[in-house]
Design a protein around this ligand. Structure first.
Ligand code: AHR
Length: 676
């Protein structure tokens, strides 16, 4: 399976976008079961617990990539609301009428928002309005009978009498969907924040609209932090897009790994996620450039991440900046690193500290959240195996010792191997083709348990399909999740990446920096990929106990993995492999006795399988099956067909301690078996 993918920045040392040819390798023609082959047998030993299912196994990983927050989850609809996305041009803004607009660093709002947009509308008149317009992130979405909160800072040169008109109009400006007038009570000569609500009538939902601020009296006026926000999830101020929150809620995630990924590190140290600059009133946040090559206002800052966790009943998994940036700048361990270690300790205090007795706990209370947030995991850096200086061992150990000294209860995660300390967990990342994912589906079965360091699979994805994975991706993911779940005594936590992609502009320099991504959306609507639904299935059905299993006659195909490149040179092809195409794991809920048997059939033919359950008195004949299947591996969900491939739950009969069931071609099944 060959796919052209665009990959930029991130782990690559070059930030130039390059097409990557992702080659999965060749699979023997026709993924068909050999009809003469013996029926596969899956044995579940219900009286043999192989460990506890980690209650935190399924979480989320997030960062500002693919317009995940700005133009995604973060409610703001105005693109470049602070005019800092480009140092010389007011990008994403245009003039209405005959009135030049320009950036004016000489008229800043404050030290953080240290420029403004100047509108020279000296020719504005009743029959010739002038103003500014913004088309949002690939459109301003509107819905019927909905309130939109508008706010902006403005000041005008002497003599301007107002008013200003704010409006949402069609792209050509001919149709106005909502408008309101803004008067100034105090005169226009000083920076003042103006707020007004726009309410739509019974209109059709649409997204190709623009937001405008216009005037019909002549004047020169400056703007800063121009904002338009629709209703947010739970009505949270500075909050989130409801449909995306609901998609995540349905995954029942237990944690949120934040704030990255490469976004934590930045290309350069001064472009890291500098958390102290992301809290407090959003007009005091300077924003910064993301390593994914676009501007972040940091409107979604540390407190918003924490609110997101609370809204979805999950914990933050806090990744702290560890003194290494993507272009290989690093801070030497020792005194130079101390301020960064202190920053991390302060950040932990901001998340967990007592509001009455700690400095940063008090700051959190001031920022609107007196109660501390739960926190168990802190990650030091991201993918520090990229650090060629060899400094990670020293950097990690300095953070580890400081964190453990102050917060001995915290589990500290390393992102690369270290020698000088023993991390509680190591973060492993896997971005693979379907076949590669399947071929490593027994990887942790044989990993030594004789170690204190557990595993966090902090980024993983079967990268098949763009912008979002197709059924092949879901099958690879499901095989991999069987592996993680079966080994979740070792793999305590895991998170797919990336989580989000704005699919509005898939060209070079557009809205996607990295395929494949779990959830896609444009300004108006959203959808989950088949991989998303595979995770919904797994994370909502796992009980608490891993059961011992065995199998016979697992169907296989021949697979020729592609040659890898080393130092730019093609290597000889690796030996051909036998690739399993049927995957499974079994877990149980000790309280109810329910066994969850997950079976993934990656073959293109239905596969009869004999299932034998031992160690129970009985298995009820009636149970429940949740099945997701596709007619072929390339089938997928899109904005237009958001639910083409989804799990379907049905009651089933004919179950017992021994039964045969046929699993559909290209399918993921969870059988819920009631046992005594
Ligand atoms: O998930 C995309 C990127 O992949 C992450 O930012 C980085 O950690 C990894 O290289």
């Amino acid at each position: 399976m060959n796919l052209i993918k665009w990959q930029s920045g991130g782990g690559l040392s070059s930030k130039i976008l390059v097409p990557l040819l992702i080659c999965a390798g060749a699979v023997a023609p026709g993924l068909r079961a050999d009809t003469s082959a013996p029926v596969p047998v899956l044995q579940v030993k219900a009286d043999q617990a192989a460990g506890k299912v980690s209650p935190m196994l399924y979480g989320l990983m997030t960062e500002e990539i693919n317009f995940s927050y700005e133009g995604g989850l973060y409610g703001e609809l105005i693109r470049n609301r602070t005019f800092k996305a480009n140092a010389t041009n007011a990008v994403y803004w245009s003039a209405v009428g005959n009135a030049p607009i320009s950036l004016d660093p000489a008229t800043p709002l404050n030290d953080a928002l240290n420029t403004s947009l100047k509108l020279d509308a000296t020719g504005a008149a009743k029959n010739s309005p002038a103003g500014i317009a913004n088309g949002g992130y690939w459109g301003i979405p509107i819905r019927p009978k909905t309130d939109y909160h508008v706010s902006f800072y403005a000041k005008a040169a002497n003599g301007f009498t107002g008013p200003l008109t704010v409006a949402i109009t069609g792209a050509d400006g001919k149709k106005t969907f909502a408008s309101a007038e803004v008067q100034s009570l105090s005169g226009w000569s000083n920076w003042t924040k103006y707020e007004v609500t726009l309410t739509t009538k019974n209109i059709k939902p649409s997204k190709d609209n623009v937001f405008t601020i216009t005037m019909t009296a002549p004047g020169t006026i400056w703007f800063q932090q121009v904002s338009l926000v629709p209703p947010t999830f739970n009505g949270q101020a500075n909050g989130f897009r409801p449909d995306l929150m609901q998609l995540m809620a349905d995954m029942s995630p237990k944690f949120l790994r934040l704030p990255g990924g490469n976004y934590l590190e930045g290309d350069y140290i001064n472009e890291r996620f500098d958390w102290k600059k992301t809290i407090g009133d959003s007009s005091q946040r300077p924003g910064h450039r993301s390593p994914w090559n676009y501007w972040s206002t940091d409107g979604l800052g540390l407190m918003e991440y924490l609110n997101w966790c609370e809204d979805l009943h999950m914990e933050p998994l806090l990744a702290v900046f560890a003194g290494y940036a993507l272009r290989h700048d690093y801070i030497k361990p020792g005194p130079d690193l101390e301020p960064y270690v202190q920053d991390a300790l302060d950040e932990i205090e901001y998340v967990t500290g007592d509001a009455a007795t700690t400095k940063w706990g008090a700051q959190r209370a001031k920022d609107g959240h007196p109660a501390p947030f739960p926190l168990h995991y802190v990650e030091v850096g991201n993918e520090d195996w990229f650090d060629r200086s060899g400094s990670y061992d020293g950097r990690f150990t300095q953070f580890f010792n400081a964190i453990k000294a102050k917060y001995p209860q915290l589990q500290v995660i390393a992102t690369a191997n270290v020698k000088s300390s023993v991390p509680d967990l190591i973060d492993e990342h896997y971005y693979k083709s379907q076949e590669e994912m399947e071929s490593q589906s027994h990887m942790y079965d044989t990993r030594s348990r004789d170690t204190k360091t557990k595993v966090f699979v902090g980024e993983w994805a079967t990268r098949v399909g763009s912008p979002t994975p197709n059924m092949a991706g879901a099958l690879g993911d499901a095989a991999w999740m069987c592996c993680m779940e079966r080994n979740s005594d070792l793999v305590l936590i895991s998170s797919y990446a990336p989580l989000f992609v704005n699919v509005s502009d898939l060209g070079h320099g557009g809205s996607m920096q990295w395929p494949s991504d779990l959830i896609g959306y444009d300004a108006l609507t959203s959808y989950g990929s088949p991989s998303y639904y595979a995770q919904v299935m797994f994370s909502n059905h796992h009980g608490d106990t891993i059961l011992a299993t065995a199998s016979q006659n697992i169907p296989t195909v021949n697979w020729q993995p592609h040659a890898k490149r080393k130092n730019g040179a093609e290597q000889p092809p690796p030996p051909a492999k036998t690739l399993e195409k049927l995957f499974f794991d079994a877990t149980r809920d000790r309280q109810t006795g329910t066994i969850f048997l997950k079976v993934v059939n990656s073959l293109g033919t239905p596969q009869p399988v004999k299932i034998e359950i031992s160690g129970v008195t009985s298995v009820a004949a009636k149970g429940v099956a949740t099945v997701m299947k596709a007619a072929n591996r390339d089938e997928t969900n899109t904005l237009k067909e958001p639910k083409k491939i989804v799990p379907v739950t049905e009651k089933v009969k004919g179950l017992g301690t021994s039964f045969t069931r046929t699993f559909p071609a290209y399918s993921i099944t969870i059988l819920e078996l009631q046992t005594k």
